[in-house]
Design a protein around this ligand. Sequence first.
Ligand code: ADP
Length: 773
Amino acid sequence: MSSSERSDRHSPDISNNNALLREILDNCEEAVAVSDHNGNLHYYNKAFDSLVSPSSPSPPLNDLLKALSLDALGVWRMLEKQVRMGYAPTYRIALNGGQVISVNAKLFSPKDDRGLILSIWNDATRDEQVRLNYNQATAMLELTQKVAGVGCWQADLEKGKMIWSEELYNITGLPREKSLSIKKYLTRFTPRSRAALIRNLKKAIRYSTPFEVDLEFYARDGSTKWGRANCRIENRNGSCTSLYGTFQDITDMKQREQAILRSHELLTTILNSIDADIYVCDFETHEVLFSNKLVEEEVRPTSNNMKCWEYIYGLDHKCYSCPEMELLDSEGNPSGLFIREFTNPKTGRTYLCHDRAVDWISGRKAHLQVALDISDRKKLEEEITMAMAQSEAANRSKGEFLANMSHEIRTPLNGIFGMLELARTTELNEEQEDYINTALESGRSLLTVINDILDFSKMEAGKLDIVEYDFNLEQCIKSVLKSFSVQVSDKKLNLEVEIAKGTPVCLMGDESRIRQILFNLVGNAVKFTLEGKVKVEVHHEETKLSPEKYRFVFTVSDTGIGIAENKQDIIFKAFTQADGSYTRKYSGTGLGLAIVRRLTALLGGDVSVESEEGKGSSFTFSVVCGLQSDHFSCAFREEDDQYEKNSLPALSILLVEDERINRFSATRILEKLGHSITPAENGYEALKILEGATFDCILMDIQMPVMDGIETTNEIRNSKKYAASRKTPIIAMTAHTMRGDKEKFLESGMDAYIPKPVEFKSLTEAIARVVKE
Ligand code: ADP
């Protein structure tokens, strides 16, 4: 239908029924006005009235036009513009009352000669507000998406169209294109994620199931990132018509998550690798919050929110031994570590438990326990303690055995020596004297061997102690050399001593052990040297060892047979000799150097050898000694010579000795020296004698039946009954020669000590010394 036809159809009604027309126009929502070219308003309907001035019933259109800055010409121009642009622009106008409104005006110029203008006005204020709100909401949404890194999308499955939010382009880096498709969307994902997304999408479409999945996608720069895709479904008649959802960039979150996961894995690995049961339970509820692998393996796989006592020990009540009260202070704060040993009543295994209170996640207080299974260690400890007790008992009995052996060997030897010495005092022909001297020499060799064996056994049993006392180094060396004077002069050897300048000689240390080392080394040097010399040198190292101790280095060298290089190591082993053949030229047990090595170690030093076969050997050893306060001047006693020279006056001597032969030989020898001897078989007998007599000196055996030497000495020294003999010198004469014996006897009140077998020379010297003192 053409526009002229339309106007033809309506025109008769309007012209003929003005009232009806007005009625229609007044009920029209749109404001309608009719004006002339001069701006005079000829007609306006109710809607126009309320649009332009809701308060005034008859506002002039001119006001409106004025407000739009339009005159009649302007209206025509506006009309033209509308025709040209094909739509009615919106005008914001401020009315006289100050109110701002937005209006759309459609102007028509009816084609009649009256030149009237028909205008239809629309209040666009609300539309504009809606548009404004919409724009604001869109901007807000975009901003929110940008800040949150969340894009959204919608896919219309029926139309095969997809729309993306601005942010989704930003996240995926895809260029904005008109023809967006799910296919393109999929190209942004790594193959693995793409497959996962397709799988989820298919499921969503087929079963209308929404999904959420984390996917790896390519960013604009080609790097891979992580996104979380969320998808919802729209259904119509049971089939999926469209999908919509969000896609969030979760790369940072994922990285943080992975970092947390890594550190969690690390901690879990560590906690699970620790060979101890570790678990945590809530302080209030006692519910188990964590347990490591070992607990789970030993107890059960998972705690299932069980109470600790139920989980760990299978109890239906709190453990009586739980230390939880100890773990918090009076203010309820963790008070530190509580360590205890605990035996699990169920398994019988013993644990070393470390309990402490800790601040747990979300403000909870928790009880942390680390329990180390020490059952095996405990068992081992018990075994070790038992073994140690056994070995101590064995050592004790070995020590006792050694003491007895020493005593039992020395007692008959003493008899042999005594009788030989006695025989020497009789009239002898040359041959007899030679036999006796040879027997005595063999006896002495036997004694050396016995001493070595006993010493070595003592060392093996760990029974050899070090006793430190003041001594003179020079005297110590010289007295050792003196004992070899006979052999040295027989062999025509030179014996030299060189104490380096500035070496302190007044020392504190175990002189008797140093003497023993020197005795062995000088003895060997003399034994293995046929001509030339034996030399002893000593110096000290300047560096002070703590406290006030120095290292003294001794060298014993000779011009003897020397030792083959391949034998230089083994000679320090017990019972080993360089010449191991049956046709050995030199006697010996092979124990000397083994003893030397152990003794030097005991004295804080060591020993080594340098030697060349046929040219000689040089043994160097070191020991650690302290210094006396004045370390250059101290007594140098020419003891032996001094007393040897003094002839003793005739003395009355009480000889207390249970062994018949020893008693007989001692009595006879001492009598031959002019002394008068009263023999007693034991301490009791001696005390009886002392009740009625006094003596110049008492020779006291130690081990005797009825009453031993120590008890007897104690009585003499302390009982009023023997007050007359309280000061009489007592010499211990004993086969008890173990380390410490001498000191023990002197402490019990004796004045001197002579070991058995008794050398009568030393006995007379000792008697002379004590009597003089
Ligand atoms: P022994 O009682 O046999 O002397 P040692 O342990 O004192 O035992 O010595 C072991 C061996 O070392 C000796 O048998 C000897 O072969 C060798 N030896 C030790 N000192 C010397 C030395 N000064 N010269 C040559 N050989 C020596």
